[in-house]
Ligand binder design. Structure first.
Ligand code: ADP
Ligand code: MG
Ligand code: ZN
Length: 603
């Protein structure tokens, strides 16, 4: 679920909670009033415990013993006064109208019965009124509530933004030590603005956080608010984009009105690229964007120096941003939030396993090693999946296997043990995966094999997992060429052993082609074409480099792929024994782990 959705949901959840609390109070109040009223009317009834059965009443009337009957409208309980008896009795009549008829006949016949009809007492009226009105009241309340909830769903009708103090602190943000250090100044400023203004110091206005989704941008923004103990007002850029012109701008205005009321505070604009992308074309949406963006710029420029509002914004597409946003006094500070390195990953895993029951066999260090390139959100997700798997597997605690399984689930998809595979397909998959594994074993730059499997996972028929290396910043040409060989090892093995090829290699081919194309057109790794960036260029732009430049690029990409495929084949022919050994083992036991795999190469 996207960050934006999550925030909206929080937003809506708060509102929903408020409404539910309202409804509950209403219902409780109604119940109390009804109970009170019923109790009070009951009280009245209990006073006259002296009752008279209806049949006896009729008898007494015909005997002429009844002197007075007192009725209350709408009530079937009547009071009866008999001649020569001090005490009044009560009686319940089955039907008031026919009872009145009866009395009137008796009176007409000459009986002296006094009939008194009293309006209902207020205490008897209340419960009846409430009971009559209760359905209406509840319906009305429900209508209002449904209407409000819908309004919240249809953003734009009811404008709400998240605003509350967060309990998130820097302790909840793992890794990112340098970034946190940079933020401490902002926290200090929010806490003691006078200190800075007295000094005449220029106050930071806006800080832009760059980083992939899930790297913790929102988290760190919240942590700043939490550390400074100030409100956190947030909105997502995409929420500003509205169908109706001007609405986005008015939302920005309202957002900052609120911020001024709550200052000192943090305003967080997620996905700022949605409003702040470069103002280029003149389509309707763009114009709306411009209005919204302009309003944002106006608001940020309009801060007076006493206003302690810091605007944080997040994006994963910095190149999209309008340069006007980056000018001094606006988002003049930019902080890149990187994907965590080994140490960062370990710390994130530690933080997120704090509230989980981990078995002592869990080795978070090795999990961190296996998850290079994973974001904080993905790591948190892995631990969550592991907890689910542990529950499914009836484990008392989360075991290392559960976590490793969760890593695989997140990377290659869930194991599908029940899928029925023909022996022919199994053999093909076994040789394909063994091909990858054996080839990469003989390539110096390629990572060690961690596991080979022919158990289908997600859409893949089998997989070869490598031990991930520590995050690299640069990849050499040799390494890329060897990566191509490893990728094509699967297809080469199929061809070599079965003299037929399958569709199972389609993903390998796709990845290999992309790498080869990047080598030629992006990284300038082709000697024939030189270090020129051809990517994202129109055909006429590429033609500036020569009429037949397109053909040359194609030929270079093809020759890289061909060379890699030949090399893969050569390696497999040379080490056919290992290929057979591993493929046969896979057919027998479906999986070969790192230790078993290495053992094949030792003798
Ligand atoms: P972003 O805003 O960059 O997309 P979030 O801040 O929403 O990412 O991160 C999503 C979740 O991932 C967080 O709520 C947290 O659980 C986890 N997470 C991400 N980075 C970290 C980190 N550095 N330390 C701890 N948890 C993290
Ligand atoms: Mg976010
Ligand atoms: Zn493959």
């Amino acid at each position: 679920m996207g960050e934006k959705n999550r925030k909206n949901q929080n937003n809506e959840k708060n509102e929903k909670n408020k409404l539910w609390v309202g409804l509950t109070i209403l219902i409780i109040a109604l119940v109390i009033i009804s109970a009170l009223a019923i109790w009070l009317s009951q009280e009245k009834k209990e006073e006259d415990e002296n009752t008279l059965a209806y049949t006896d009443l009729i008898k007494e009337i015909s005997y002429g013993n009844v002197e007075k009957v007192e009725m209350t409208t709408g009530s079937t309980t009547v009071k009866v006064k008999m001649r020569n008896v001090e005490e009044e009795k009560t009686s319940i009549v089955p039907n008031t109208e026919s009872f009145i008829d009866l009395i009137q006949t008796k009176v007409a016949e000459g009986n002296e019965i006094e009939l008194i009809q009293k309006p209902r007492s207020i205490w008897i009226q209340i419960p009846t009124i409430i009971l009559n009105l209760l359905p209406t009241i509840i319906m009305l309340a429900l209508f209002i509530m449904i209407f409000k909830l819908q309004g919240l769903g249809e953003k734009g009708k009811v404008y709400e933004e998240t605003e509350r103090k967060t309990k998130v602190t820097f302790d909840d943000v793992a890794g990112l030590e340098e970034e946190k250090a940079e933020m401490i100044e902002i926290v200090d400023f929010l806490k003691k603005p006078e200190k800075y203004t007295k000094m005449g110091a220029k106050i930071p206005r806006g800080v832009l956080l760059y980083g992939k989704p899930g790297t913790g941008k929102t988290l760190i923004a919240k942590a700043i608010a939490g550390e400074a103990n100030v409100p956190f007002i947030s909105m997502s850029g995409s929420e500003f984009i509205e169908m109706f012109a001007g609405l986005g701008a008015s939302r920005v205005r309202k957002l900052f009105e609120k911020a001024r009321r709550l200052a000192p505070c943090i305003v967080f604009i997620d996905e700022i690229d949605a409003i702040g992308s470069r103002r280029t074309s003149n389509s309707g949406a763009e114009t709306e964007n411009n209005q919204t963006l302009n309003q944002l710029l106006v608001e940020m420029d309009g801060f007076s120096s006493e206003e302690t509002i810091i605007v944080l914004a997040a994006t994963n597409r910095p190149e999209m941003l309008d340069k006007a946003l980056l000018r001094p006094g606006r988002f003049d500070r930019q902080i890149t939030i990187p994907t965590p390195d080994l140490k960062g990953r370990l710390e994130i895993l530690k933080i997120h396993s704090k509230e989980k029951k981990l078995s002592s066999d869990v080795n978070l260090e090795s999990i961190a090693e296996d998850t290079a390139g994973f974001t904080g959100a993905e790591l948190a997700n892995i631990l969550n999946e592991a907890a689910i798997l542990a529950t499914k597997n009836n484990h008392e605690e989360i075991e290392n296997d559960d976590i490793e399984e969760a890593v695989k689930k997140v990377t290659v998809g869930l194991e599908k043990k029940e899928r029925v595979i023909s022996d022919k397909d199994k053999k093909l998959t076994a040789y394909h995966e063994a091909g990858h594994a054996v080839v990469s074993r003989y390539l110096p730059t390629q990572s060690n094999v961690k596991e080979v499997s022919i158990i289908p996972r997600g859409v893949a028929g089998g997989y070869t997992m490598y031990k991930t290396d520590e995050d690299k910043y640069y990849i050499s040409k040799t390494e890329m060429k060897e990566k191509l060989i490893a990728l094509l090892g699967g297809r080469a093995a199929e061809k070599l052993v079965l003299d037929d090829i399958s569709t199972g290699a389609s993903n390998d081919i796709e990845v290999a082609t992309k790498i080869a194309r990047d080598m030629v057109t992006k990284y300038g790794m082709s000697d024939k074409l030189g270090p020129i960036d051809f990517q994202g260029k129109e055909p006429y732009e590429i033609q500036m480099f020569g009429e037949d430049i397109g053909d040359k690029i194609g030929l270079e990409v093809k020759s890289l792929i061909d060379e890699a495929y030949n090399n893969a084949q050569k390696l497999l022919i040379e080490h056919r024994d290992k290929l057979d050994l591993i493929a046969q083992t896979l057919l027998k036991q479906e999986k070969v782990n790192e230790k078993e795999f290495e053992a094949f190469f030792r003798e």
